[in-house]
Design a protein around this ligand. Structure first.
Ligand SMILES: [Zn+2]
Length: 300
């Protein structure tokens, strides 16, 4: 397959480093993952990754925060959901950052792929960070908990800086990126793109990090919940767990297309196999990703 080429390739070879932080684990029922498991009671324990993206001295981003420590502190409306998903989180993203020598206040941006409980973590310690979300997520925060006691979504901390990305606004200057229709060049230097990746949840985002010369890592969030849905793509995503299943299936096809090019490595938020395959924070995964791309080339 032809490598992924971006308009910025000729002018930009600014890189970021990416580190994976397993910020909590949970039980994920197969019926939420695969269409062919809708009537089954099987499932598996999966990590909820937070990804640290470092742009030299310029900025540190966390893409998602994983689960809350011990699964505590969520809005009461999530009680039943949490009984099913059973969070296991002795050390949350803040603990793991600290073990690696970083403080939560070192983070300048927190990007939420979406507002589900297993991605939002606890925002309170990230008091220096601007929160970035997809524009369509705003509707969920119109009346959050505790203002609406029934809401699944916790209000943001007082004084939180929040930016909703509107990909259709002229100011946003969104561009097509590989198979995806709309993305934003976050630092305006081709090193990190935030992608409109709809279907799972309103305003769901993915991100593409340039980890080396024409090498990319796709942080695909919950575009799908198991690698068999994009590699080789033999199992369909479950209609149970996606806000707009048609858009979600189109998005999975984009993820699959990204996986099929040599110079992209796809990482899902709950891709359990990656735990054993890639180095974890405080190591970066750039070198590993390069080797993965090399393996892909050899296979072709
Ligand atoms: Zn998730």
């Amino acid at each position: 397959m032809q490598p992924l080429q971006l308009p910025s390739d000729a002018v930009s070879q600014c890189f970021v480093s990416v580190s994976a932080i397993p910020a909590g684990f949970m039980y994920l029922p197969d019926r939420e993952v695969f269409e062919d498991s809708l009537d089954k009671d099987t499932g598996r324990k999966v990590p909820s990754f937070s990804f640290l993206v470092e742009h030299g001295e310029r900025a540190k981003i966390l893409f998602d925060l994983g689960t809350r420590k011990h699964g505590e502190g969520y809005p009461p409306a999530l009680k039943e959901t949490l009984e099913t998903f059973v969070i296991d989180c002795d050390r949350d993203v803040v603990d793991l950052l600290k073990e690696g020598g970083l403080e939560p206040t070192d983070i300048q941006f927190v990007i939420y792929s979406h507002l589900h409980f297993d991605h939002v973590g606890d925002l309170n310690p990230f008091s220096a960070a601007q929160l970035v979300l997809g524009g369509d997520a705003a509707e969920c925060m119109m009346s959050p908990y505790p203002q609406d006691p029934e809401s699944y979504f916790q209000e943001f901390p007082k004084g939180q800086k929040v930016q909703y990305l509107n990909f259709s606004s002229a100011e946003t200057n969104s561009i097509p990126l590989g198979p995806f229709h709309r993305a934003i060049d976050f630092f305006l230097d081709g090193s990190f793109y935030v992608i409109d990746a709809q279907g799972h949840f309103p305003g769901h985002l993915a991100a593409l990090a340039r980890t080396g010369p024409n090498q990319f890592v796709l942080l695909a969030g919950d575009c799908c919940h198991h690698r068999l849905c994009y590699n080789p793509g033999e199992r369909l995503i479950s209609s149970e767990n996606y806000d707009d299943i048609h858009l979600a299936r189109e998005t999975v096809n984009h993820v699959k297309a990204m996986h099929e090019v040599d110079n992209v490595v796809v990482l899902l938020s709950h891709e359990k196999e990656r735990l054993d395959e890639m180095p974890l924070f405080p190591q970066t995964l750039n070198r590993w990703a390069e080797e993965e791309m090399e393996t892909k080339r050899v296979k072709v």
